[in-house]
Design a binder for this molecule. Structure first.
Ligand SMILES: *Cc1c(COP(=O)(O)O)cnc(C)c1O
Length: 399
């Protein structure tokens, strides 16, 4: 072995040992067959409370048929980036449909929600004289996008509008050429909602513009799942509206919706868009069918919210603290890493899969299980899950 290899292997051994000692060593769980409200995970049949398959669309016959048909008509891949020859009619058609759905002039699809966030931060905040203002609990892709942008950065404590206004009144903000406030619409760990009316009012008062990442709100919040700006009636006052196609929409991808000139600018400058190949036609067809289903079957969103309300109420009745959740993402606060991990492990053995989320993903003392119900869970699924939460919770002295 060469010295070079030793240095890599020594590094990996040391890192893996420390990850293991911190309980952060990750082993991938494997699903057999479908991703469903009740799934087979690592060989065990479990009520699945971990997925972002909010509307249970991954199994929808219309989505599956659309994907198969697109493969027959357009093949399996594009073999190119969008600006070269990776844009098919099927990509353009989905973008037109998304723009119509969101009520904006235009939309642009990216490979993922992650890349669209990175691209927008990087392309819109281009110099040190720009100021990117971000909620402390924004998603990792926004944090990485902010790091890749050349802008100055200011972070406000989670949903703290006083702190946001202080930043907007600061000398850095006064000197800034452009100011962008960026927030998740629904926060992925706590399931709480950004105070968009206040954010938009502050932005307008202080000459900033707003970017909202609706990864967990797409398909969940607003009429037919149009997202948080639509939910608050602010669609024409949020300049950069991000959605994902990877969660409720049931495929993979991300998009930005806004004015035509925003989209034209991103087509020419967004590095992930320009330098990474486009989605296979089957993915675009799946997403297009998903938007149709969201318009045709609003009862799915109603069932999702009914299930979320039912499950949240059941957890509270058992004596659990569900934090600040206002959406189908419901944390069950535990407060201790080892206990949260034990809770998740025991539930899994009992046939209920709820992920433990621990430091450093959340702050120390905020260790929890995160639960996400879908429109596809039956009352029997949720009752079983609640029974097991009660049983294991008592066993571990949590309630
Ligand atoms: C999941 C998520 C993303 C990333 O979306 P992908 O399409 O999975 O890349 C971005 N932002 C938030 C808030 C998310 O939860």
């Amino acid at each position: 072995m060469t010295a070079k290899t030793d240095s890599l292997m020594d590094f990996l051994d040391a890192e893996l040992a420390s990850l293991k000692s911190e309980g952060r060593f990750a082993k991938l769980r494997v699903v057999t067959g479908h991703q469903a409200p009740v799934s087979v995970v690592d060989g065990r049949r479990v009520v699945n409370l971990t997925s972002n398959n909010y509307l249970d669309l991954t199994e929808h016959p219309k989505l599956k048929a659309a994907a198969k048909d697109a493969i027959d008509r357009c093949g399996t891949g594009t073999a190119a980036v969008r600006p070269i020859i990776g844009t098919m009619e099927i990509h353009r058609d989905l973008e037109e449909k998304l723009a119509k759905f969101k009520g904006t002039e235009a939309a642009l699809v990216f490979q993922s929600g992650f890349t669209v966030n990175v691209a927008c931060c990087q392309s819109l905040m281009t110099s040190e004289s720009d100021l990117l203002i971000s909620d402390a609990l924004n998603h990792a892709s926004i944090i990485d996008g902010a790091r890749l942008s050349k802008a100055k950065r200011a972070i406000y404590p989670h949903r703290d509008m006083k702190a946001l206004e202080t930043i907007l009144k600061s000398p850095d903000a006064a000197a800034a050429r452009r100011k962008m406030i960026v927030t998740d619409g629904v926060f992925s760990m706590d399931g709480d909602v950004a105070p968009l009316p206040d954010i938009v009012a502050l932005a307008e008062k202080h000459g900033a513009f707003v970017m909202v990442d609706d990864a967990h709100a797409s398909g969940v919040m607003g009429p037919n799942g149009r997202g948080t700006p639509a939910h608050f009636g602010l669609s024409d006052r949020v300049q950069v509206q991000i959605g994902t196609l990877s969660k409720a929409v049931g495929a993979v991808g991300g998009y930005v919706a806004g004015e035509r000139r925003l989209i034209d600018y991103l087509i020419a400058t967004a590095r992930p868009f320009i330098f990474s190949s486009s989605h296979p036609p089957s993915v675009m067809a799946t997403c297009s069918a998903a938007v149709d289903v969201m318009l045709e079957e609003p009862e799915r969103i109603r069932r999702l919210w009914d299930n979320a309300d039912y499950f949240k109420a059941g957890l509270k009745k058992l004596g659990f603290d569900t934090g600040a959740s206002e959406t189908p993402i419901t944390p069950v606060m535990v407060g201790d890493t080892a206990k949260a991990q034990a809770f998740s492990k025991r539930l899994f053995e009992e046939g209920v899969f709820a992920l433990s989320i621990c430091f450093p993903i959340v702050a120390r003392g905020k260790d929890r299980l995160r639960t996400i119900v879908s429109s596809g869970h039956t009352r029997a699924d949720l009752d079983l899950a609640l029974e097991k939460f009660g049983q294991v919770g008592r066993e571990l002295g949590l309630i």
